[in-house]
Design a binder for this molecule. Structure first.
Ligand code: ATP
Ligand code: MG
Length: 449
């Protein structure tokens, strides 16, 4: 099936379509202005002739009314004049003008007077090539004055002008279309180089940025926006890569430890305490499974892009009490009723991660409090975190050296999960100095009651 003209048009290049539309609009505008020009020019030239002919006719009428008409009437500017009496007979005329037949018969004379305008008349019967404009004026005593002027030259000039326009307009249109084609091509060049840049990125992965044009125009903002996007993608990609390599690194040590314990046990079965081996291996397996769970939690948070898994009313005080109850060393100092929107399991994971950290680092006591304005704090009396590290520890796989050396230390994902979960719930989390110790402060927007 052949494509419809519409489809074929849409498939043409942007350059072609823009040029075609611009040229069509231009052609229309030129044609309209040429025809307006011709009409106005013709009207005004003929109008000038009519005016001067009428002046001459009025002149002659004044002479006729005064009764001092010469015969023949003097010729002024080649104007032919006939003066008729009440019966329609020619009594006076200019030299060389028909003395027997009036230029207009009485019906046309009446019409010219009634409509108060000049009429066209073929000049050939009067020996004049081309048309005449005839003005009729009534005088006293039933007399009528006819004055006529040849307009052949004017019509000739008009038709020459028309021919020039008719021939010149298409040439002009072709020239302007060519110019549009070139200008539009130049304008679209930065887009072509954007495309080439994008192709280079795809094919070679060498340059990671699109070429930015010099002009501060729309293409410039497109290129910079796309470059920002590429930068963000690149950043996300490198973060992803770092995550994978960190994750692999974290997986390696429990796996290596399991392997070593099993190899030793199998290599020297005599006097082997299998229970001890199994406990060691189990511990590593638990570390692995915790790591896998944390990675999964982060992946889910990333996937949802800042929205909690569920959005239902959660009694934060209930969640807080349940989690705090699981830790013998934790003391609940305040627990006001607070309802927030979100996911109860995710929120209890937030508190669990903070409690794990606090319990791990605390010297003696851990305090938990929840106030009615949705502020949840977990305070310990441990070594705390130096000011300059308090933001950094929220990054994935970030452990401070002290934490790294500890055996029970995790992978460094706990606080990253906390921050991202709290963010997804529309809240904030920060670490403060509790002097001594550390206070984690989570602010969640409480649901309006
Ligand atoms: N209450 C705290 N007191 C002192 N240091 C802390 C405290 N909480 C966290 N940190 C430091 O911040 C680091 C990052 O904590 P995060 O919870 O993210 O990881 P982690 O506890 O080491 O491992 P994970 O939580 O994945 O088991 C910890 O390694 C530790 O050095
Ligand atoms: Mg932790």
């Amino acid at each position: 099936m052949a494509d419809s003209p519409r489809v074929r048009w849409r498939r043409k290049s942007l350059r072609f379509r823009l040029t075609a539309v611009a040229s069509a609009a231009l052609a229309l505008a030129l044609a309209v202005s040429a025809s307006v020009l011709m009409t106005v020019l013709g009207r005004s030239l003929i109008g000038t002739v009519d005016d001067s002919t009428r002046l001459r006719a009025q002149d002659v009428r004044a002479q006729a009314d005064a009764g001092d008409l010469a015969n023949p009437i003097g010729t002024v500017d080649g104007t032919l004049v006939q003066v008729l009496d009440g019966t329609g007979r020619i009594t006076h005329s200019t030299y060389g003008t028909d003395r027997l037949v009036p230029l207009l018969d009485d019906r046309d004379r009446d019409r010219a007077i009634a409509e108060d305008r000049a009429l066209y008349l073929d000049g050939r019967p009067y020996g004049i090539p081309g048309p005449l404009r005839v003005v009729v004026v009534r005088a006293d005593r039933g007399q009528t004055v006819l004055a006529a002027r040849p307009v052949g030259e004017i019509q000739e000039s008009l038709s020459i002008a028309g021919r020039v326009l008719f021939a010149g307009t298409p040439v002009l249109i072709v020239l302007l279309a060519g110019a549009s084609w070139l200008i539009i091509g130049r304008t679209l060049r930065p887009i072509a180089s954007l495309r080439k840049g994008a192709a280079d990125i795809t094919h070679t992965a060498r340059s990671r940025r699109l070429p930015v044009p010099e002009a501060r125009d729309e293409v410039y903002s497109l290129a910079t926006t796309l470059n920002d996007m590429l930068a963000r993608l690149e950043e996300a990609e490198s973060r992803q890569r770092a995550l994978v390599s960190d994750a692999a690194h974290e997986l390696r040590s429990p796996l290596a430890s399991m392997r070593l314990q099993l190899e030793v046990a199998i290599g020297h079965p005599e006097g082997q305490d299998w229970r001890e081996t199994a406990e060691g291996v189990l511990e590593d397996a638990m570390r692995l499974s915790r790591l896998a769970e944390d990675l999964l939690a982060l992946a889910r948070l990333d996937e949802r892009g800042g929205i909690p898994a569920r959005s239902e009313p959660v009694n934060l005080d209930e969640v807080t009490r349940q989690v705090a109850d699981r830790y013998a060393e934790a003391r609940l100092t305040a627990c006001d009723p607070v309802v927030v929107h979100g996911d109860a399991i995710d929120l209890s994971r937030v508190l669990t991660n903070l409690m794990d950290n606090a319990v791990r680092h605390a010297a003696a006591k851990v305090e938990v409090s929840l106030t009615a304005d949705g502020v949840l704090t977990v305070t310990d009396d441990g070594p705390g975190i130096p000011e300059q590290d308090r933001e950094r520890v929220f990054n994935r796989f970030t452990r401070l050296d002290d934490g790294r050396s500890r055996d029970e230390g995790g992978a460094g994902l706990g606080l990253a999960i906390v921050r991202e979960t709290v963010r997804a719930h529309g809240g904030t989390v920060c670490l403060e100095d509790a002097g001594p110790g550390l206070r984690a402060v989570v602010r969640l927007p409480p649901r309006a009651l």
